[in-house]
Structures are given as C-alpha cells and as structure tokens.
Write a protein that binds this ligand. Structure first.
Ligand code: NAI
Ligand code: MG
Length: 795
C-alpha cells in the first residue's frame, strides 16, 4: 500500500467534544428551568412543562416551563419597569453592558457551543466556529452602535418594549441578532425561544446576570407557539420581531394589524444558487456543500435551488455526487462530522413528506450510499433532479438537506428562473466573470447576494428579505432602524377626517354650465383615462359652489394603474441623475403655474392666499429635495471580516401604492410620490378624497415634464376602497397609508397575504408642512430595500 492509497482508504476516528461541563451545568439545575423575568428565575412548580431533547439521541436534556398569559404579562411588566432607566443610562452606559455580554459569550464559548449542539443537533464544528463567534461579534458590533447612538441616530428614540420570537435553527445566534440591536437602541425585551431549543437562551440569561444587567432589561419566557401568540397579543408591547415560518409570520402580521406595534419579519426562503459555465467548479462544489448541507439545510437562506448553465451541468453533478460520498453524517459532538441531526421528529417528517411529494411529481432522487446512525433524527444529503420550476421541490421551502437542480441556457434565463419564487431572501452567483456576476446581482430579488461564496453573515451587514421572505433587516445600520422611531412620532395629534365640502344653496346656480360638463379623469400610464365605472362625484369649493366632477375610481382603474406601473419598470434602472433631472423639471413646471395651483388650493380648502401660496412653494421645495436626494441616497461599502467587500445597495421596492394625506391637496401628493419615484419606484397614488383637484391638475405638469408614462399614476374616488384594492394586489410591493379613514389596520391586514411592506399612520396626523416630519431619510428608507452583495476577492 503506498501513501496515496493509504490516504484514500484512511478513515477518521471519532473526535468527540466533551459534554461533561454542560452535563454538570444541567445537573446543577436539576435539569429543570423556569422563566427569567425581571432579573429572577421562576420555578417550574405547578407550571405546565415540556421537554428539550437531544435530536441526535432522543435523550431528554431538561424540563422547561411553558409560559402562559400570566408569565408573558409578568415579563412585559418587568420590561416596562426597566425601560426608563435603561434608556436613561444612555448610549455609553448601554455600550458597556453590551461589551460585557460580548466578552462573556467569548469566555463561555465552548460551553455555549456544546449546549447548542446538544439541544439542536448541529455539528460542533459549526456551533463552535460559526454560531457562537458570530454571537459575540453581534454584541461587540452593537456595543458600538449604542456608543454612537446620539451622533448616528439623532432625533430618534427607542420603541419601548420589544417582543422577540426566534426559531430553532440558530437559537443563540438569532437571539443575538434580536437582543443586541434592541438593547443598543435603548429598548427592553421579552424573548421567546423556540420550544425545541431554549437552553442557550436560558444560559444567556445567566450571562446577563453575570454581566450585572439590570433586572427586566432582558426577559426570557419559554414555551411553544401558544406562548408566542400570547406575546404577540399583549397590549403593552411596542414591537414584535419574528424569525420563523412564513405561515406564522403572516399570522403575526394579521394579528398585529392596526395595533400600532412595529413589526419585522424574517421568514423562509428558496434561494437560488446560480452557476455559470465559466465558474470554478471545484469551488462551486464546496459552495454547494456550504449552501445546502450547512446546518443540515435548516437555514432560511439555504441555497436550495441549484441553477446550472447547461454546458457544465453534467460535469458539476458528477463532481457533486463524488463530494457527497465523502460527507460525514453522525454524532454532532464529533469534531469530524459534516452534518448532524435534524432538529426533531416533526421536522424530519416534513422533510420526508416534501421529498415524497417531489418524487410523486417525477423528480429523481440521489443519495450517497451508506447507513444513517441507528438512533436520532437523521436525513442524508439529497439531490433531486428532473425538477420543473412549478414543482414542489422547486417552490416549497424544505428546510432540510435537500437540493433540487435545474438548468438554464442564458443569463436572462438564469435571472428569470432565480426570481421565479414567492420568496426573496438570498442568492448566490458563481462565475469567474465579475462583469457577469455584478450585472446579474441587481436583477435578483433577494436581500443578500453572495458572489462566489455563500452563507456568509456579519453583524455589520444587514440581513433580511424581499417579498414573502419578510421585511426589515438585522445587522448593520439598517438593522438599528428597526428598533428606533422618530422622536416626533409620540407628539402627533390624532388625524381628523375632513368632510368633503357641501353644496351651498346660495351658490347652487352660480357655477358656469361649462364647468358642469367637466369631469377630471384618472391619470394612468401617462394618459388621462376615463373612470371605468362611468361615475363621477361633484367637488364643491369651500364656498359651496360646484367646481367640477372627478371620476369615481374602481377596481378596474386600480388594475389598469398597477399594470401601467409594472410596465414602467425601466424607471428603476434609469440612472439617478436622469431621475433627478425629471424631478427638477416637474418642480420648474409646477412653479410656472404656481398661481393657478395656489388658487385651486384656496378654492377647495378656503385657505388664506398666503397659506395656499406657501403650500405651493413648499411643494416646489420638496421636489427640489428629492431631486437632490435622487443621486445622493447612496448605499455603503461594508468591510466585514473577509477578504473582500460588501456592497450595500439601496434598491426600489417596485410598485408602491400611496393613499395621500387628505389635508394637503398638493403638498401631500408631492411629499409622498416624490421620494418614491426619486428612488426608482413607480407609484399608484390615491388623491386626497375631499380635495382631489390639485392632483388632477397636476397631470398637466407631469405630462410636460418628460416623466415616462406609468411612473406616476393617480386615481380619484373613495380612499379606503381604492387603497383596499391596492393592498390586495399581488404586484404592489409596498403600501403607504396617510389617509384619515382609519385604513391603517386594513392595509396591514391585507399586506399579510403576500407580506408586502406597509407604512401606515395609525391615525396620527403627520405635519407635512414641517420639514422634519414631511421629508427626508425616513421617506427614503421606506422607499428602498437594502441589498447586500458580498464580493470576496483575491486568488
Ligand atoms: P414556526 O414558525 O412555527 O416557529 C418559529 C417560532 O415561532 C417558534 O419560537 C415558535 O414557537 C413560534 N410560534 C409558532 N407559532 C406561533 C404563533 N402562532 N404566534 C407566535 N409565535 C409562534 O416554525 P416551525 O413550525 O418550527 O417550522 C416549520 C417550518 O418553518 C420549517 O420547516 C421551515 O420551513 C420554516 N422555518 C423557517 C425559519 C427561518 O429561519 N426562516 C426558522 C424555522 C422554521
Ligand atoms: Mg410550529
């Protein structure tokens, strides 16, 4: 036997990590844990309990209390009680605690890694080298944001008490993603770990004690979905941050609709892993291993759809199969193991059922020969070929080690295939041509794009999805905004509905007959369009005289408007300078007709001449603001610990529906559509219902300003009805509601179906006259998605 033969036939012996320290810790607690509330531990006496198990063996690790309504209430009270002092402590004071937590995580890293692996089934190599170091990194990074809070987030305040619900796939890591920014921003939290994997969260509570964190700042209540639902329902929570299934995320969106609670959702995915024919196939194979067999494929951003350019597909699959034969599956505590156990029997059953369904639809399965461990919940690395884009394997999140393969011919086809999913969390592109990769990256609907790498995470780089993968980002500057709000928000008065002017008897016959014929139309696809209904409503002036009629928009008008907006997608790719020029040109044309617009405002609202002129001037200034911002709301270049860079790009959402504020007929329209189009979105705006004529007059300004048809569409009629149709529309990516009809709840509820982004006023009267409330970064943030593109470099 020569050396190469020896190397080829050599097997690894087991190299188990010791679990003695963790066993001692469990025994020290008599393997029973209550909740951590207000800095103290509850007992399990009299409480309903459930078991946390080791999925690799089925052994019970500990008994945990299932939190009920009283526990959730106690935790929320404790968090409320701790809130004032925690905020008052200031950025530096909080930074010290976050730093202490980071140090403690590092000090106890081995313990945490072993505990995580025992409770979840993930390989120790991953919990030791990825999960726990990233936990520490998150606390360090956010100690930094706490320190810089005043200078970097001026004018913003914490939300209050945040309810956080995390899943079982990265238990402590996702806890860190949630707890660190919340605390840095000055909030206090109630966190519910997943029922399968609560132990590291409880160990973390002990680290909070060790760090001397004031009681009530972090509260941990264990339990299952029912406990989570109690937290969502609690009346004194200011925000819910959720990571988990799209199904439960949707439910939480519906349940919190109209409550004023802020929400961020990090949901499922079906992320594409795109391989072009010039890619380095050996690196690709290692990439695939990391994409879908990391953490047993129980990863929301797993590269679960391998899309390969036809010419290299066969070669790649051969290499991949050979590599799969060398993947080692077994005891997660063994340091030589590549893949551990599936989290529990239920998840294993899910995986099997989805694979069965795929086979029933004609998919072909390949698994490396070999036996699974006799005990525990294991599923082998699996390849599914003969998969069509519409099949279960290509559409459903399997959340297990199952990769489906499809081929494409051209880059356009790759992009179309990649985007052919309801999700939009992540994507990975493999090509030796940086030109090609950077051309494809912006075309993908995904919050994170990895070029020639995959499953990279860092605290400085925002993480989160488009479409049904959720909204909100975790990590980086953008992640901090999820836990802050503008200080002025709590000073806003309630928005009062404005009744349309009534006809006055005295003025009844005074309108000239010619104006009676005039019906202002809709503005759709760059053209004035008659309302589909054929109906219109009279608009009276403040003096009760009839001014004219406006069209009564209906579903069909909305459908047409959305269709026109979708078709105008080239606007999103127009260069920012071009968009700026057009917005300035709109301002110029509005200015030329300023007197006319001021007169119209007076006529409708009865405002003084000065007030009306001010509104026109403010509208022109606002257009200038967004002409200015169009080419200045830049992204960023992050430098995470990697040889390379991460480009954070601000991208438009797509089509944004806007219910305009009723009180400012012109300024309200401009303040909302201008930031949206400046960022490359197309809009369908519902004009102020009582005062729609500034919007209908505005068509002529738009027509003379070189704005491509379909970028701005305006409909008139009943705000609530029209907004409802927009919020239901699948091709609307975001809905902004500034109406006075209490439509906030309706918008948030309907947005749940396709997990649209929504921005609603919750019945508060934003003052559009005020520059702080009426313009700027807050608007731009709502008009954009951050896409982070990871670009490692070097040979
Ligand atoms: P899940 O969404 O039910 O659980 C996630 C968390 O939400 C857990 O803490 C759970 O107790 C809690 N929860 C469940 N129902 C709730 C409710 N009605 N209100 C409030 N909180 C609730 O996910 P599950 O059942 O564990 O896994 C099912 C599938 O979800 C997986 O197969 C996978 O496809 C997906 N998933 C996605 C994750 C991601 O990171 N995107 C994480 C976990 C699961
Ligand atoms: Mg569940």
């Amino acid at each position: 036997m020569d050396v190469t033969e020896m190397l080829d036939t050599m097997d690894y012996g087991p190299a188990p990590e010791s679990r003695a320290a963790v066993d001692a810790w469990l025994a020290g607690h008599r393997a029973r844990f209550g909740h951590y509330i207000g800095g103290a531990w509850t007992t399990t006496k009299g409480a309903e309990t459930f078991k946390s198990r080791n999925p690799a063996t089925g052994e019970t690790l500990a008994s945990l209390a299932r939190g009920g309504p009283a526990d959730i209430d106690a935790a929320v009270r404790a968090a409320r009680g701790a809130r004032i002092n925690w905020t008052k402590l200031g950025g530096h004071g909080r930074a010290r605690y976050l730093y202490a937590l980071a140090r403690l995580v590092q000090k106890h890293a081995r313990h945490l890694a072993v505990l995580e692996t025992l409770d979840n089934g993930k390989p120790i190599r991953e919990s030791r080298d990825i999960d726990i170091p990233l936990v520490a990194r998150h606390f360090y990074h956010h100690a930094g944001w706490a320190q810089l809070i005043d200078s970097e987030f001026g004018g913003m305040v914490p939300l209050g008490v945040v309810g956080q619900i995390v899943p079982w796939n990265f238990p402590l890591l996702i806890l860190a993603w949630k707890v660190a920014p919340a605390l840095a921003a000055g909030n206090t939290v109630v966190l519910k770990p997943a029922e399968q994997t609560s132990l590291t969260a409880l160990r973390f509570a002990e680290l909070c004690e060790e760090a001397g964190l004031p009681g009530g700042v972090v509260n941990i209540v264990t339990g299952d979905g029912r406990t989570g639902a109690e937290l969502v329902r609690h009346g004194r929570i200011d925000k819910i941050a959720f990571t988990g299934s799209t199904e439960v995320g949707r439910l939480i969106r519906e349940q919190t609709a109209g409550s004023g609670k802020k929400l961020s959702l990090e949901l499922g995915g079906k992320s594409p892993f795109i391989v072009f024919d010039d890619a380095d196939l050996d690196s690709v194979v290692e990439g695939v291993v990391d994409a879908i067999w990391f953490n047993q494929g129980e990863v929301c951003c797993a590269g679960s759809r391998l899309l390969v350019q036809e010419g290299v597909a066969e070669r790649l699959l051969d290499k991949l199969k050979a590599r799969m034969e060398s993947l080692r599956l077994g005891d997660p505590l063994d340091k030589c193991i590549d893949m551990g156990a599936i989290v529990d029997g239920a998840q294993l059953k899910n995986i099997k059922a989805l694979v069965e369904a795929s086979l029933g639809e004609g998919a072909t399965l390949w698994q490396a020969p070999g036996d699974l461990p006799a005990k525990g919940f294991y599923y082998p690395p699996t390849l599914l070929t003969d998969v069509t884009p519409s099949s279960t394997a290509a559409r459903e999140e399997i959340f297990g080690p199952v990769l489906c393969v499809m081929t494409f011919r051209t880059p356009d086809e790759a992009v179309a295939l990649a985007n052919n999913t309801a999700y939009g969390l992540a994507a990975s592109i493999w090509s030796e041509s940086i030109n090609l990769a950077l051309d494809v990256a912006p075309a993908l609907k995904a919050g994170v794009v990895w070029i020639n790498t995959t499953n990279q995470f860092d605290a400085a780089v925002g993480f989160g999805g488009y479409r049904e993968s959720g909204f909100g980002r975790e990590g980086g500057r953008e992640g901090m905004y999820e836990y802050l709000k503008p200080a002025y928000e709590s000073t806003l008065a309630a928005l009062k509905p404005i009744a349309a002017n009534k006809p006055s008897r005295a003025k009844k016959n005074s309108a000239a007959p010619a104006s009676l014929d005039r019906t202002a139309k809709m503005f759709i696809g760059g053209r004035q369009a008659r309302p589909d209904s054929g109906y219109s409503r009279p608009i009276f002036g403040a003096d009760g005289a009839l001014i004219c009629h406006v069209g009564e928009g209906n579903r069909k008008d909305i459908r047409n408007a959305v269709e026109a907006a979708v078709a105008a997608h080239a606007w999103g790719r127009a260069d920012a300078h071009n968009r700026a020029q057009i917005i300035y040109y709109i301002a110029e044309n509005l200015s030329a007709r300023g007197a006319e617009f001021a007169a119209r405002i007076r006529q409708m609202t009865g405002a003084s001449a000065t007030r009306a002129r001010d509104e026109v001037e403010a509208s022109i200034a606002r257009l200038f603001t967004y002409g200015a911002w169009a080419d200045k709301y830049d992204g960023a270049v992050h430098s995470p610990p990697l040889r390379g860079v991460v480009l954070a790009m601000n991208e438009p959402l797509g089509v944004i529906a806007i219910a305009c504020p009723p009180a400012w007929p012109l300024l309200g329209l401009i303040s909302t559509i201008a930031p949206a189009i400046a960022m490359g979105n197309r809009v369908v705006a519902v004009a102020s219902e009582p005062y729609p004529l500034s919007a209908t007059d505005f068509y002529q300004v738009l027509e003379t300003s070189d704005l491509p048809g379909g970028v701005v569409n305006i409909v008139t009629g009943n705000t609530e009805e029209l907004t409802e149709t927009l919020a239901r529309h699948d091709q609307v990516a975001g809905v902004w509601y500034f109406g006075a009809g209490g439509g906030s709840a309706m918008v948030e509820r309907l947005a749940a179906r396709t997990i649209k982004r929504s921005w609603v006023n919750n019945g508060d009267a934003r003052n559009f006259d005020d520059v702080e409330q009426g313009e700027g970064r807050e608007f731009l943030r709502h008009a954009t998605e951050v896409k982070n593109i990871w670009i490692p470099y070097g040979e």
